[in-house]
Design a protein around this ligand. Structure first.
Ligand code: UT7
Length: 348
């Protein structure tokens, strides 16, 4: 017997047009291409030009995922973002409207770098429950708009981007069916990744310092937690759905740092050639990171139909999560502005 399930039917991604290389950063900050490449694996990132915000890049990715699925409508839109256009209202309804999707339910999910996995779980559950028959799940962030221009640690890592999948109702035995999720959070460590100001807690005290509106991160602690949480979440999910971990063909983990990816692979006993890595090309794109890695992985021929694919994320909150699917056959446009990915860009 196979139950109703959400099935991935389309995939798309989009990058803003301004490319920033490590050498570009070294002109502005006390850093070098050598430090950034060695410590993170990142070589370049893309940022939005003035006037382009999260809704704009989300629309581009959403349109590509809809085209990939051969659809012009869906019954639900979920936008994962921690850089919404405004604190209020959510950005998802505007994205739905600009995509011409009509008066569908649309809401934001704020789980920072785990946002895409959380949003996918929410949309998948609503399809399984019969609340919607199809959905567009978009991860989009413009962290360049909230970074301290003088902070070499965060500016070296983060880039802007948007990625999306289209889901439809189907059955759990179909290729592309979302087979399960593992999700978690630990709010006692909220300070590890935060924008301290701009919210009600800060405003209620009546003092808003400009510097408090910048993103901050305790890099080393985040690194350690990312490795542990992504490994544990992936292992729990694989066990729950009956996949021996060594049968996972591709691990698509949140693209934060190539050393984190390698460490997660090592924890799970997966060799580097089973890890999809595209952070060298796009940096850490927060909620967009997993779908952008999927797009690049498909184009590089690293992810092929029938592959057992495990997605896992970790981010502010703290939050973490994993999702699993057998990859379907999809027609996907390459990311704009990027040459084809070389098969030699694995973590090593
Ligand atoms: O997406 C959400 C999750 N985020 C992450 O997963 C990020 C996780 N953290 C990391 O990827 C790493 O911790 C970083 C890349 C942020 C930092 O790398 P690290 O190897 O942990 O370096 P560190 O923070 O221990 O700093 C070592 C040194 C410091 O100098 P001192 O104090 O030893 O003199 C930093 O100031 O490296 C310095 N540093 C830099 N130097 C040149 C930090 N950033 C830079 C830089 N260029 N861009």
């Amino acid at each position: 017997m196979t139950g109703r399930a959400a099935v991935v039917a389309g995939l798309g991604g989009w990058l803003p047009p301004v490319r920033v290389t490590n050498d570009d950063l070294a002109v502005q900050l006390d850093t070098t291409d050598e430090w950034i490449t060695t410590r993170t694996g990142i070589r370049q990132r893309f940022v939005v030009p003035p006037g382009l915000s999260t809704s704009g890049i989300a629309v581009e990715a959403g349109a590509r995922a809809l085209a990939s699925a051969g659809r012009s409508s869906v019954g639900l839109l979920v936008l994962a973002t921690s850089t919404p256009d405004h604190p209020c209202p959510a950005t998802a309804p505007e994205v739905a409207s600009r995509l011409g999707l009509g008066e569908i339910p649309a809401f934001d999910v704020a789980a920072v770098c785990t946002g895409f996995v959380y949003a996918l779980a929410g949309a998948s559950s609503m399809i399984s429950a019969g609340i919607a028959d199809s959905a567009l799940v978009i991860g989009a962030d413009t962290f360049s708009t909230i970074l301290n221009p003088e902070d070499r640690t965060t500016r070296a890592i983060f880039g802007d981007g948007a990625g999306a999948v289209a889901l439809r109702a189907g059955t759990a035995d179909e290729p592309g069916a979302l087979l399960g999720f593992d999700l978690g959070s630990d709010g006692s460590q909220a300070d590890m990744i935060t924008v301290p100001g701009g919210g009600s807690e800060h405003r209620s005290r009546g003092v808003v310092e400009a510097d408090d509106l910048y993103f901050t991160m305790q890099g080393r602690s985040v690194f350690r937690n990312a490795v542990t949480r992504m490994s544990e979440s992936s292992r729990r999910l694989a066990h729950r759905i009956g996949w021996p971990v060594d049968t996972v063909d591709r691990l698509v983990a949140h693209q934060a740092n190539v050393r984190i990816l390698s460490a997660v692979g090592a924890e799970l006993g997966l060799p580097d050639d089973r890890l999809v890595v595209n952070l060298d090309r796009v940096g850490n794109t927060v909620a967009a990171s997993i779908p952008l890695a999927l797009v690049d992985g498909v184009h590089a021929g690293e992810i092929t139909p029938g592959d057992r694919v495990l997605l896992c994320g970790f981010g502010g909150g703290l939050t973490w999560g994993a999702a699993a699917l057998e990859f379907p056959r999809l027609s996907v446009e390459p990311l704009p502005g990027l040459p084809a990915k070389s098969l030699s860009t694995h973590a090593n």
